[in-house]
Design a protein around this ligand. Sequence first.
Ligand code: ADP
Length: 203
Amino acid sequence: MILKIRSYIWRIKVNREKTIEVIKECLPAARFKHSLAVAVTAEKLAWKEGLAVDKAYLAGLLHDYAKGYSEEELKRLARISSWYIDQEEMSIYQLLHAPVAAYLVEKELGIDDSQILEAIRYHTIGSPDMGKLAVIIYIADFIEPSRDFSGIDKIRKEVDQGLDYGILAITNHILRYHLDHNRVIHPNTLALRNAYLRRIYDE
Ligand SMILES: Nc1ncnc2c1ncn2[C@@H]1O[C@H](COP(=O)(O)OP(=O)(O)O)[C@@H](O)[C@H]1O
């Protein structure tokens, strides 16, 4: 039993170290630091929620795997990706690194865990149907310690109240930001916000 646990811990450690190397290679320094911070934040949230901390760490580490690609490359990879990408998402190339990362992480790194892939795929626009690991990555990406903008302290407090409150605060913030800056908004974020608003008030 003890040997089994040791071998499991060893495999997780190797897996982590190898993945950290891969991410360090493919991302600029600041984005690599952000990915490490998302991994650690996701791990803490997963621990609090009783989820698999190793999966949360890996998903956090990998979520921006395609962030270094050009607009042209993202569009090309999005077209051949195995993930469904609607026209609205296709038309905002800044969103494409998420589905493209989910596609490449499976294809290039052989990671086929459906929860990890879902978390990577929806980490930017979100989805009302996201599982708990995806919810954690969506939140961790927004609140990791180096994120610093007006309103972040309130959002962190909401996350402390529970993941549902965290999602509501984050989606409200994203929607407000895009409205104020006259930007196109992908509808998933509004659908996510409405679903979690109902969950909270129908409790
Ligand atoms: N629902 C949305 N509709 C349109 N653009 C969005 C939406 N959500 C996020 N974005 C934009 O997509 C880009 C990438 O977001 P994200 O992956 O969270 O980036 P970062 O980690 O660099 O903050 C950002 O410019 C963000 O403002």
